[in-house]
Design a protein around this ligand. Structure first.
Ligand SMILES: [Zn+2]
Ligand SMILES: [Zn+2]
Length: 319
């Protein structure tokens, strides 16, 4: 079994003390204060970057052609980080009360991305059910990583293509589609208000950095991250995975300064998330330690461990 734990039941995994994972996971309640801190950190950096762009332009007269791409890149990185917590909320892991979980997530995690949590939850669950098959709904990893693909993601061509060929909408009910449109409009209004405020106060450089961040770099980082999590190194560039099954494959990424923010909210341990999707990211380290105490799972964890840059380089070389 390659980079995939999903065939192993929770009862089959036993630690050195003889406790099965089925029992162990009962004590893994999310650390909600850590979730709050992690989300707040994302917003702090997001607004800090905009503030820095304003100061560097107005006070230090740094040129716009430096500040817009630089500020955009960092804004997009922070936006991608924050969006990862919408995923956590889709698994009901940001607040113990499900309704409060959804209300908080709608305002703080979904609105900035024009996302309906209910629709996203439904689409995302299809990803868990159909990973590696043509029925998957989160399919960045169906794309061959090439210079051209990177260029397409950085120019918005890939995003446009994804929007135009949105097959995933099939799984949504009429009500969910309506809510999706409503949230998209609400998100658009929030950004329009922020941009208007920036333009009226003469901060057009910050406004363009924001647009570049949310419009280009955020989808770029999200697409790359998903591709690196799931695409097989042996996948052929010419295979159409909408027709041919890609196969289940997920990875675990070593924690380092950039990987822990690029793959925040448990995404560095994506292999484990696909095995136990309801487990909170705040307990992932303990789960990995547990899996390492059982020989058969330890071997899979070991084989799946890599770094984002290693996978990036390998996939870029693949044909
Ligand atoms: Zn996944
Ligand atoms: Zn998930």
């Amino acid at each position: 079994m390659k980079n995939n734990l999903e065939g192993i039941s929770f009862e089959q995994v036993v630690n050195k003390a003889g406790t099965s994972y089925a029992v162990f996971r009962g004590q893994l309640t999310p650390r909600y204060s850590l979730v709050f801190f992690d989300i707040a950190r994302g917003y702090f950096f997001l607004f800090l970057i905009s503030a820095l762009v304003i100061v560097l332009h107005r006070v230090y007269s740094l040129p716009w052609w430096l500040l817009i791409p630089g500020g955009g890149l960092l804004t997009g990185y922070c936006a991608a980080y924050i969006a990862l917590f919408a995923h956590e909320a889709s698994h009901y892991n940001i607040h113990p009360d499900k309704k409060t979980n959804d209300r908080l997530a709608t305002v703080f995690l979904c609105l900035p991305f024009g996302l309906s949590l209910k629709s996203y939850r439904k689409i995302h669950w299809q990803h868990h059910l159909y990973l590696g098959t043509p029925s998957d709904t989160e399919i960045s990893y169906f794309n061959h990583l090439s210079g051209l693909f990177i260029l397409e993601t950085l120019t918005g061509i890939h995003l446009l293509r994804t929007i135009l060929t949105k097959e995933k909408i099939e799984v949504l009910t009429q009500e969910q589609k309506k809510e999706s449109r409503y949230m998209l409009l609400a998100g658009f209004i929030v950004h329009a208000l922020l941009l208007t405020a920036a333009l009226l106060t003469g901060n057009w450089v910050a406004a363009f950095a924001w647009i570049l961040g949310f419009g280009i770099f955020f989808p770029f980082f999200a697409t790359m991250r998903q591709l690196l999590e799931h695409r097989d190194e042996l996948a052929k560039a010419t295979t159409d995975f909408r027709k041919t099954p890609h196969g289940k494959l997920s990875r675990i990424f070593y924690h380092a300064l950039l990987s822990s923010s690029f793959g925040a909210a448990g995404f560095t341990r994506h292999l484990i998330h696909h095995w136990d999707p309801q487990a909170s990211y705040t307990r992932m380290k303990e789960i990995e330690d547990f899996l390492n105490e059982d020989e058969k799972t330890a071997a899979i964890v070991r084989a799946s461990k890599t770094t984002y840059s290693t996978v990036f380089k390998t996939l870029l070389k693949a044909h």
